[in-house]
Design a protein. Structure first.
Length: 545
C-alpha cells in the first residue's frame, strides 16, 4: 500500500483518562492505516483499547477527561485531532460514519425510524421532507428491511435486533461515507442475522468503494470480513498482518491465545434415570392481539405453541433458535414468570396453578442468570448487597455475619475473591460481573437454573471460562440447567440435549451429538452453517422474524 492510496493514517496515538489525581493510559502509542476501499480489523478482548482507539478518530471520547498525550490521526491528509469542532461536524456522518455496538441504546426511543435516518440527510445534505423520505426508503430497501414503507413510522422497540442494526447501518450509509467504523456490529445478534449483516456490509462496501474499520473480539467475523488485522492487548498493538498469515501462522503468544480461546470440551455425562426436576407437555404462551374501538381479541401471537420437554438432575437442555423463536418466553414460562397454559411439573409437584405467594418458597430452588450482567446488577448496591438480597427474603433468620459468610463462600465458588463483596459492579470486568450473577443464583442452593444467553456479550476466552465454571458447578451440585443461546459453539460444549425452536414451535430435538452431527431439518442445518462456518444445505435458507 503506498501513501497515495491511504485514506486514514493513525500515528503514535495515545489515549489517557484522568479521574481526580489518577491518570490511566488506555491506548499506548499505536499506529495503523487503512487504504481507500479496504477492510481492516482491530481485534482484542474487552479492555484492550480497541473501541477507545476507534472513538478517537472522530473525537467522540468524553473530553476533557480523555486526552491524547501523543499522536496524530490523518484523514485524507487532514489531522483530525487538530481539527475544530465545526470542521469535525462536517466529517462526522458525512465522510466518516460509525455503527455502534448496541443499536437499542444508540437509537432514540422517542423518534420514528423516518425521523432518525432522515435527520442525517437533512443536517448534512439539506434535503427537504419529501426528498429525505425518498432517500430513507432507498436506504431501508438497500439494507434489506422488508416493506420499508411500513417501517417509516415504527419506533426502535417495535423492531427486532437485526432490524435495528440494519437501521443503524442505513443511518451510517446515508451520506455515502468514505470510511465506515463498525464497533462490534453483530455482538447481540443471532448467528443467522450476524451472517446477513456481515454479508450486507461486505456488499455495500464493495458497491460504494467504502473503507471499513471493524472493531471486534470475534475472530470468526474477522476471517470473513477483513483483509488485514491489528491485534491489541492492554492498549498496544502486539501483532499486525494480512488475515490469512495471522490465522495460519500467529507470532505473538496473545494472538495464539485469542485463536485458541473457544469453549471446548463436551457436556458432562448425566444419569438418564435421575429424578425429573422439571417437566411440561404441550406448553403454550399466546399473547392476544386486540383491535378496534372495543379492543376485542382478534388474533394471537403464539410465542410458545405446544412445547414439551423434560429436564433431569445434572442435565443441561439447550434451547436454540433465532430472535422471536420463543426461547426466552419458554424459559420465563417454565419459571412461572409469565402466564402459560399446560402442565408444569416441578420435582413431582404441579405448579402451574400456584399463586405468586405460593410460588415464593420455590423461588430459591428455581433461579435465573440473565444475558447482560451489567444491566441485571444494581449499580447502587455493592456486590455483597446484591448477592445477599435473596438470602434476606428467603432465609430471614440469618444474621448479618452469617449472610456475609454465605456471600463470601458463593463468590469463592465462582472463582472471585470473597473480600471483593464491598466493591461495586462497575469495578469488575464483564466476565467477573457474569460470575457475580452466577453467585447470586448459587447462594440460594437451587435445583434448577435458567441461563438466558449468559455468554453472548463476553469475549471468547471469558466465554470458555464461564462454560467451565457452569460445568464444574453442575457436576458438584447435580444442577439442572435450561441453557438458552444463539451461540451454538457454547451449546455444543455445555448441553446434553438440544431443542431447536422456530416461531414458537419445536422443529427438531435430540441429543447434542444428533443435532450437531446429523441434523434432519433444513432450518437446523442453516443455523449450524451460520454459526460454524459450514456450507448451507439447499433449501435451508432462513428468514428474519
Amino acid at each position: 500500500m503506498n501513501s497515495s492510496e491511504t485514506l486514514l493514517q493513525v500515528r503514535n496515538l495515545s489515549v489517557a483518562f484522568t479521574q481526580g489525581k489518577n491518570k490511566t493510559l488506555a491506548v499506548d502509542r499505536i499506529s495503523f492505516k487503512i487504504a481507500r476501499g479496504e477492510a481492516v480489523a482491530i481485534v482484542g478482548e474487552s479492555g484492550s483499547g480497541k473501541t477507545v482507539s476507534a472513538l478517537s478518530i472522530l473525537k467522540l471520547l468524553p473530553y476533557p477527561a480523555a486526552s491524547h498525550p501523543s499522536g496524530e490521526i490523518f484523514f485524507q491528509g487532514r489531522n483530525l485531532l487538530a481539527s475544530t469542532e465545526e470542521e469535525l461536524r462536517e466529517i462526522r456522518g458525512r465522510r466518516i460514519s460509525m455503527i455502534f455496538q448496541e443499536p437499542m441504546t444508540s437509537l432514540n426511543p422517542l423518534h420514528t425510524i423516518e425521523r432518525q435516518v432522515g435527520e442525517v440527510l437533512k443536517v448534512h445534505r439539506g434535503l427537504d421532507d419529501a426528498e429525505a423520505r425518498t432517500r430513507v426508503l432507498e436506504l431501508l430497501y438497500k439494507v434489506g428491511i422488508r416493506e420499508p414503507e411500513r417501517r417509516l413510522q415504527a419506533f426502535p422497540h417495535e423492531l427486532s435486533g437485526g432490524q435495528r442494526q440494519r437501521i443503524m447501518i442505513a443511518m451510517a450509509l446515508a451520506n455515502e461515507p468514505d470510511l465506515l467504523i463498525a464497533d462490534e456490529p453483530t455482538t447481540a445478534l443471532d448467528v443467522t442475522i450476524q451472517a446477513q449483516i456481515l454479508e450486507l456490509l461486505k456488499d455495500l462496501s464493495r458497491e460504494m468503494g467504502m473503507a471499513l474499520l471493524l472493531i471486534t473480539h470475534d475472530l470468526g467475523i474477522v476471517r470473513k470480513m477483513a483483509r488485514r488485522i491489528y491485534v491489541m492487548k492492554s492498549g498496544k498493538i502486539v501483532e499486525e498482518g494480512h488475515t490469512e498469515s495471522i490465522f495460519n501462522d500467529p507470532q505473538h503468544p496473545y494472538t495464539q491465545h485469542l485463536l485458541a480461546a473457544e469453549p471446548k470440551g463436551e457436556p458432562g455425562a448425566y444419569d438418564t434415570g435421575a429424578p425429573v426436576v422439571l417437566k411440561t407437555d404441550d406448553l403454550k404462551v399466546w399473547f392476544p392481539i386486540k383491535t378496534g374501538l372495543l379492543k376485542r381479541t382478534t388474533d394471537y401471537v403464539k410465542a410458545v405453541d405446544g412445547v414439551s420437554l423434560e429436564l433431569r438432575e445434572g442435565q443441561t437442555v439447550g434451547v436454540v433458535g433465532e430472535s422471536g423463536s420463543g426461547k426466552t418466553t419458554l424459559g420465563r414460562a417454565l419459571l412461572r414468570l409469565i402466564a402459560s397454559t399446560g402442565p408444569l411439573i416441578y420435582m413431582g409437584r404441579n405448579i402451574d396453578g400456584l399463586t405468586s405467594n405460593q410460588m415464593r418458597p420455590l423461588r430459591k430452588e428455581m433461579q435465573i442468570v440473565f444475558q447482560d450482567p451489567y444491566g441485571s446488577l444494581s449499580p447502587r448496591l455493592s456486590v455483597g448487597q446484591i448477592i445477599e438480597e435473596g438470602l434476606i427474603i428467603q432465609q430471614p433468620s440469618l444474621d448479618y455475619e452469617s449472610r456475609r459468610e454465605r456471600v463470601g463462600a458463593a463468590l469463592a465458588e465462582v472463582g472471585l475473591d470473597p473480600d471483593s463483596q464491598d466493591r461495586y459492579p462497575h469495578e469488575f470486568s464483564g466476565g467477573q460481573r457474569q460470575r457475580i450473577a452466577v453467585a447470586r443464583a448459587m447462594v440460594l442452593e437451587p435445583n434448577f437454573i435458567m441461563l438466558d444467553e449468559p455468554t453472548s456479550a463476553l469475549d471468547m476466552s471469558v466465554q470458555a471460562q464461564i462454560v467451565d465454571l457452569l460445568r464444574g458447578l453442575q457436576q458438584k451440585r447435580d444442577l439442572a440447567y435450561l441453557f438458552i443461546s444463539h451461540d451454538l459453539r457454547v451449546v455444543r460444549a455445555l448441553c446434553n440435549y438440544v431443542i431447536v425452536m422456530r416461531a414458537g414451535k419445536v422443529v427438531e430435538e435430540g441429543t447434542s451429538q444428533q443435532i450437531f452431527e446429523s441434523p434432519k431439518e433444513g432450518y437446523t442445518r442453516a443455523l449450524l452453517a451460520a454459526a460454524l462456518n459450514l456450507e448451507v444445505a439447499p433449501g435451508a435458507e432462513l428468514e428474519e422474524t
